[in-house]
Design a protein around this ligand. Structure first.
Ligand code: ADP
Ligand code: MG
Length: 309
């Protein structure tokens, strides 16, 4: 087989640099060369090519056999725009379509529900229709307002009374939103399951717990990570959600709805972080397994016969 070349853009903080090193070595053993740290922000598109300039050479990214994009923190709109273009020409992990879907909370919930996967109940309405939220509020009693493209719990706001809603609406109107996305507040124990999936296979599960007196499990909102085993139902749900969205790699967040007595998918992340060095010390030891599965996946997707999965 001819030598294969792939591009990679992986976050470097929180242990990412070490992960990248390991991955590059394992790929090299399979005769796959990696052009690392390819930030599309620095690429230019010119006629039929996307060109990445380095000190000593220029690389046509559209000639690579695959591009692995894994850097949530540094994503710029320009970078995402080129991601979409590049995805038309070469295989990408995740595919742009799946990535785009997973980046939007409404589209994700809509698509999952359409495919029979339980999520929180949600409503999307035009921002001129804010009065509808009052009707919804009467039915639900408590709701959660969410920016559809947020992360880390930012902007995710609990509304637990009509008064709170009436205070929020003028504020939301001011920031010129096109629409409002709200979810029914799920009665749960303020802990979640984060299930990592690569190539349709279960990699690992851990839990997150909101800080005392808080309801958001995000680490950036004060939540903490703990060791937690998944059961078959949780794993099946995570695999099904990942497959439905078409993601090669996903971190599926699942909570237990105490009213309905059912697990539900709260969110699907297309760039779930590897365990940090601190988390590895705690006993989250899934990084090697995840690296191996990603390497297998890249190998298969860059092999002619296996490319069309
Ligand atoms: N419908 C809901 N009911 C109860 N808690 C929720 C609901 N939606 C989100 N949360 C809490 O808020 C956190 C952040 O929401 P999430 O949708 O995951 O957004 P983000 O992308 O910012 O992490 C979740 O981890 C969960 O703890
Ligand atoms: Mg989340």
């Amino acid at each position: 087989m001819a030598k294969r070349n792939i591009g990679m853009w992986l976050y470097q903080n929180s242990g990412g640099e070490q992960i990248q090193k390991k991955m590059i070595k394992l790929l090299k053993d399979r005769e796959i060369d990696v052009l690392a740290n390819v930030n599309l922000k620095n690429a230019i598109a010119k006629n039929g090519h996307i060109i990445y300039e380095m000190k000593d050479k220029k690389v046509k990214l559209d000639k690579l056999d695959l591009f692995f994009s894994y850097n949530a923190g540094e994503q710029t709109p320009y970078q995402v725009y080129l991601y979409k273009a590049l995805n038309r020409i070469i295989p990408m992990i995740n595919s742009y379509e799946a990535f785009e879907l997973s980046e939007d909370k409404f589209h994700t919930s809509f698509y999952l529900r359409k495919h029979g996967i339980r999520t929180a109940d949600y409503k999307l309405c035009h921002s001129d229709d804010a009065h509808r939220l009052n009707t919804i509020m009467k039915k639900w009693e408590k709701m959660v307002y969410k920016p559809t493209d947020g992360w880390g719990g930012m902007g995710v706001t609990k509304i637990d009374s009509v008064e709170a809603l009436n205070m929020l609406i003028p504020f939301l109107s001011q920031i010129n939103l096109k629409y409002f996305y709200v979810e029914k507040y799920v009665d749960y124990d303020n802990t979640d399951y984060r299930v990592d999936i690569v190539d349709g296979q279960f990699v690992a599960c851990y839990g997150r717990k909101a800080a005392t007196g808080h309801w958001k499990t995000n680490v950036t909102s004060g939540g903490s990570v703990f060791l937690r085993e998944a059961n078959d139902e949780i794993v099946d749900l995570a695999i099904k959600a990942t497959k439905t969205l078409g993601l090669d790699i996903a971190g599926v967040d699942i909570i237990f709805d105490r009213k309905k007595e059912k697990y539900i998918v709260l969110e699907v992340n297309g760039i779930p972080a590897f365990a940090t060095p601190e988390q590895e010390k705690m006993g989250l030891n899934f990084n090697d397994k995840k690296i191996d599965l990603i390497v297998d996946l890249i190998d298969r997707k860059t092999t002619k016969e296996g490319g069309s999965k």
